[in-house]
Design a protein around this ligand. Structure first.
Ligand code: SF4
Length: 200
């Protein structure tokens, strides 16, 4: 394994993120990650359809309190943004986009671990039950019938930790408004999905 300085490692991780397909990738400080209990509460009320269905969603994740603890050990974080036409994001292809987000974030996490950030953890969006285990009755982890079926890809959703994604993207210097489903019919309209890789 090539030996990198800290700055080289961060640059290399950004390069890898872009090579994997992120339209934008940037480094932020742990202090730039705002965690809000009220945002995490939205998973429970109004209840997300995926609430409680997987090990990657509340109440099975450590939530805002756990993330605040993790921030104490975190050295840096990488934010990634994947641009997607709104007409695709709000179509049947959404599931492929969200899987790609999980796969990209987990691949960057593996690269970070390989560079010595051994406790790095990636976060994505959406429920891994919907994305990877939709054909199974239960999440194998929470049913205690075995290990995760997709440990190489499935990552917890940022929502369950109360991470303020808008502020995160601003801190990373990205622009781009999130287009809601109302933009579905506009083929020109772009939207995005985002992930976070905590380097520790
Ligand atoms: S077994 Fe499936 S639902 Fe459970 S954590 Fe793994 S990918 Fe998610």
């Amino acid at each position: 394994m090539k030996s990198f300085s800290k700055d080289q490692k961060l640059k290399e991780l950004v390069r890898i993120a872009r090579e994997l397909g992120a339209a934008e990738a940037g480094i932020v400080s742990p202090n730039d990650i705002f965690v809000e209990d009220a945002l995490a509460d939205l998973c429970r009320k109004p209840r997300c359809p995926a609430f409680g269905l997987s090990a990657g969603c509340p109440p099975h994740v450590s939530g805002p309190a756990g993330f605040r603890e993790m921030k104490k050990r975190m050295r840096h974080a990488i934010v990634i943004k994947i641009d997607v036409p709104a007409s695709v994001l709000f179509s049947d292809q959404r599931i492929d986009i969200m899987r790609f987000l999980h796969e990209t974030a987990s691949e960057i996490e593996r690269s970070a671990v390989g560079m010595g950030y051994s406790e790095s953890r990636a976060f994505a969006g959406g429920s891994c039950k919907t994305l990877f285990c939709r054909d199974y009755a239960e999440c194998r982890v929470i049913s205690e019938r075995g290990a995760c079926r997709r440990p190489e890809s499935a990552r917890p959703s940022m929502s369950g930790f109360g991470i303020n994604v808008s502020k995160l993207l601003q801190a990373a210097g990205f622009n781009g408004e999130f287009q809601t489903e109302a933009a579905y019919d506009d083929e020109e309209s772009m939207s995005w999905v985002a992930g976070l890789i905590a380097l520790a």
